[in-house]
Design a protein around this ligand. Structure first.
Ligand code: ADP
Ligand code: MG
Length: 567
């Protein structure tokens, strides 16, 4: 190796390494899944780049991953014939974490093993997981198409720094050697590795191979010394999972594949696998994750599906296939209807993509509807992604009824902060004569729950939705009705309880209003410009007075958002 150079890891990498080694101890085996997943991604990328440039195969078009154990050196080596990396790529990919929001994310980690293991899982552990089992990692790589002297060697003990050097490397692709820690020697074992490969990497369409040593036998069936031949044996199933018939696949197969595509650590909540034939031909496999990625609300957070065209990987994070409000959905779309050299720009204009988007949107909403039959699972989904789904009615007018059916609310029925009541359940509980769905929006759940505007509703036993998420007012301004019933903000305009109120009650109220005209005048004079109008109300049963917004006025939350935006 020439021109060796020592560089420091980015601060975030150091923090992540430290936390990972300490909190993922009991999940150590996942390092193999992560490294095979990267090797398979690298093969996918080469296959894609080679579409335009066959020379990148360098006369070896067989994409594969090889894994070997050296029991004496106590090491495990993974090798792939994928795209490889040049020096700059090595430094960027194996020395920094480029995702925005990483620093903030790492600050939330506490040093408590169990909690941090969960959080790191949500971040995705990736390449650095090698350091959970190894006290030194060596990467040798060369980018496909570059000359053999353009090889790069990267080494690190996973502490503060790594060294990088130029090497001669005839083989393209990447080789990773893990020098196992004393307490991780169990992984220097063919049998153990084979079972892990089957467990985690069956669904990857690149063959993962391990050496098999065979020797010629003499007449008695005894091995002949010196006749050993090593052959490579494919250990995994090595067919793309989504191509296989559903009946062949177990839940565990789907779950393992999810972890590869989603770069997630935990199980998905549910999935939907479909093959569509006809005018459009595509296969989709969509997943609902069990937890949110840390950058769900980052503008440039990764979203979208993995796109394949006739089994050839085209791109990650193709966001044109799903609306923004379904950005938590992960998965794969494989189609015959796009050209192999389709680009992100072309995807944006393609009418076929638009059609697939609309079909996949329906598919996703149906998948959620099905999930909703399982209360506990749906609650997990709702608590994690509910506020994203609430963006739906504004973004996707055509599907707003479907989306409305998937919403869950806190209401005066339970008076609990848990958002677990559907609109259908609300409608079922409506009072005789009630024609509207009532709601209140406030800054916090407690402010909503204790609002004086609710007094009359509580007295009459009419349920009110208690809304306090930042997005709720925006949501309600795009939801006009559900099941033929319109929505009414109880803090706005005239309160009309319709037929729930008797004629006598109304008469009594009118009389009170007349009798109090003088008082109203005096209050109005005292408040002056502060108010538009002072009225007698029958909203209240205990409180003496409350503030009401006119019907068409922007609500408190929207005002605040506009103010914050400088308007
Ligand atoms: P992720 O896979 O989520 O992008 P990782 O931490 O697993 O994150 O890997 C970081 C990056 O390092 C990858 O995105 C890829 O660019 C690069 N990389 C890792 N392993 C390989 C490999 N075997 N061949 C080529 N590039 C790789
Ligand atoms: Mg990875």
């Amino acid at each position: 190796a020439t021109q060796e150079e020592t560089l420091g890891f980015q601060t975030e990498v150091k923090q992540l390494l430290h936390l990972m080694i300490h909190s993922l101890y009991s999940n150590r085996e996942i390092f193999l899944r992560e490294l095979i997943s990267n090797a398979a991604d690298a093969c996918d990328k080469l296959r894609y780049e080679a579409l335009d440039n066959d020379a990148l195969y360098e006369n070896d078009s067989e994409l594969r991953v090889e894994i070997e154990v050296d029991a004496e050196a106590n090491s495990v080596t993974l090798r792939d014939t994928g795209i490889g990396m040049n020096r700059d790529e090595v430094i960027k990919n194996l020395g920094t974490i480029a995702r925005s929001g990483t620093a903030e994310f790492l600050q939330q980690l506490s040093g408590e093993q169990q909690k941090d293991a969960k959080l790191i899982g949500q971040f995705g552990v990736g390449f650095y997981s090698g350091f959970i089992v190894a006290d030194e990692v060596v990467v040798r790589t060369r980018r496909a198409g570059e000359p053999s002297e353009a090889g790069v060697e990267w080494r690190s003990k996973g502490e503060g720094e790594f060294t990088i050097a130029e090497i001669e490397r005839p083989a393209r692709g990447t080789e990773i050697v893990l020098y196992l820690k004393d307490d991780a020697k169990e992984f220097a074992d063919d049998f153990r590795l084979k079972s892990l490969i089957r467990k985690y990497s069956d669904h990857i369409d690149v063959p993962v191979r391990m050496p098999k040593v065979e020797s010629a036998k003499d007449e008695d069936g005894n091995p002949i010394e010196g006749s050993d031949v090593t052959t490579w044996e494919t250990v995994n199933e090595a067919t793309a999972l989504w191509v296989r018939p559903k009946s062949d696949l177990s839940d565990d197969d789907y779950k393992a594949f999810y972890k590869h595509v989603a770069h997630d650590f935990s199980d998905p909540l549910t999935w939907s696998h479909n093959k569509v034939e006809g005018k459009l031909e595509y296969t989709s496999l969509l997943y609902v994750p069990g937890r949110a990625p840390f950058d769900l609300y980052e503008r440039d957070g990764a979203r979208g599906v993995k796109l394949y065209v006739q089994r050839v990987f085209i791109m990650d994070d193709a966001e044109q296939f799903l609306p923004l409000y379904l950005r938590f959905i992960k998965g794969v779309v494989d189609t015959k209807d796009l050209s192999l050299n389709v680009s992100r720009e072309l995807l944006q204009q393609d009418p076929q993509v638009e059609k697939m988007k609309s079909a996949l949107t329906k598919r996703s909403l149906d998948m959620l509807k099905k999930l909703a039959k399982d209360d506990a699972a749906y609650q997990t989904f709702w608590n994690t992604f509910g506020s994203v789904l609430k963006e739906g009615p504004a973004e996707d007018y055509a599907n707003r009824d479907k989306i409305a059916g998937l919403l869950r609310f806190a209401t005066t029925h339970t008076d609990s902060t848990t958002q677990d009541q559907s609109l259908a359940a609300y409608v079922e509980r409506m009072q005789e004569g009630q024609q509207k769905i009532y709601y209140i929006v406030a800054d916090s759940f407690n402010a909503a729950k204790n609002s004086p505007h609710l007094e009359i509703f509580r007295k009459k036993g009419i349920e009110v939705l208690l809304l306090s998420d930042r997005i709720d007012e925006w949501l309600m301004s795009h939801l006009t009705e559900f099941d033929g019933k319109s929505f009414v903000d109880v803090a706005k305009g005239e309160l009309d309880l319709g037929e729930i109120e008797g004629e006598e009650e109304k008469k009594a109220q009118e009389e009170t209003a007349k009798a109090k005209e003088d008082l109203l005048k005096r209050v109005k004079e005292a408040l002056g410009e502060e108010v538009q109008e002072v009225k007698v109300t029958h909203r209240l049963t205990d409180s003496p007075a409350c503030v009401v917004l006119p019907e068409n006025e922007m609500g408190f939350q929207m005002r605040r958002i506009m103010e914050a935006a400088g308007q």
